[in-house]
Ligand binder design. Sequence first.
Ligand SMILES: [Zn+2]
Length: 278
Amino acid sequence: MLTQNYQSTGSGGKTMTRWRVMGLSRRNRTVQRALSILAIASIIQWFTGSDVPGSDQQSGEKATVPQPIVRTGSEPGPTVLVVAGIHGNEPAGVKAAQIMACWSVRRGKLVVVSPANPPGVEHRQRTIPGVPKEEADLNRNFVVEGKECRPKGTLAQQLWQHVAQIRPDWLVDLHESVRFHKDRGVGNTFIVYPREETLEVVKKLLAKVNPQITELDERFVVLRWPARGSLARAAGAVLGCQSFILESTRQDPIDRRIAYHCEFVRALLEELQMGLMQ
Ligand SMILES: [Zn+2]
């Protein structure tokens, strides 16, 4: 069996070798494919000069959430919604969403909404620029009252409108934490709205991807209950969908974070037998 290392260059030029890949399995080829696609996407961005739809939107007051990109299969099946860029300083999710927006499925629908916070991404800041402090963190603006969500601020209202119209069976919200869970962060975790079915499926996703991570204490783990006010919490509570936040960590280089996001969403689509064609 062939052995090769997944290598990437960290900050300061230090070369990090984390993943030991045994053989050229389909999964590992997919990671390599995701990274190749990323390289192509970067070249395209170099020529187009912008990677943020609506990037001239300076203020959160006037900003708009991009229209959902919908990839519809030829056969009926579940709808999976991927949201990225709710926090503007978490670019790997946005890059991963660009890759996923090019995927096709045979069954069901894959829907991508990204970046959810275009002015935050443009300014590379977590919050929404130019809005009152109490509305600045988009992922705290989905207030649940009884059986309804009352979103605070323009972006949250628009995003919730999209989500409510799409009515996904699964909602995946991509984020990048400051620290690993081993260092008291939430990096490399799934934060799940804890329905039984969701937890069962997430366990299977972990079983597929975690063995590729050689550092045992950096493997993904499950946490329960997305924060109050988060999109994942509101979607789980109000729409009744399967919902989770997928958190990589900025302790890892961006290409690895992108690969994790792509790998886990790909594993979900496979688990749901949606016939992913990349
Ligand atoms: Zn975040």
